[in-house]
Design a protein around this ligand. Structure first.
Ligand code: FES
Length: 106
């Protein structure tokens, strides 16, 4: 994975993500799904790897995101598909700054 740079786009405070659990944001031309995981942030392409359904319409429970279209589910800590296990989420570079701002570079 490439190094983080100062050009990573600030998208929202981690505290907001913690409250909501997951949020889709626009970063440039890319729709990115941010997910709160144990005090950290993960960023994934918002398109389901099955048939590109917007993952922001899915449900998040116990660290597992389930797509609302055909029910594929993903471990949001790793991006791994857990059912049916065919294709994983596409990650984006993501970090939390010292000021608590989540930054993403799609
Ligand atoms: S589009 Fe997400 S499971 Fe089919």
């Amino acid at each position: 994975m490439p190094e983080h740079t100062v050009d990573d786009t600030p998208v929202l405070p981690l505290a907001v993500l913690r409250e909501r659990g997951m949020i889709a944001v626009q970063v440039g031309t890319t729709r990115v799904l941010l997910v709160h995981v144990d005090g950290e942030a993960r960023a994934y392409d918002n398109r389901c790897p099955h048939r590109a359904w917007p993952l922001e319409r899915g449900t998040l429970a116990d660290g597992v995101l389930t797509c609302a279209n055909h029910g594929w589910s993903f471990d949001v800590a790793t991006g791994r598909c857990v059912d049916p296990g065919e294709r994983d989420l596409v990650p984006h570079r993501c970090r939390v700054d010292d000021d608590g701002m989540v930054r993403v570079a799609p």
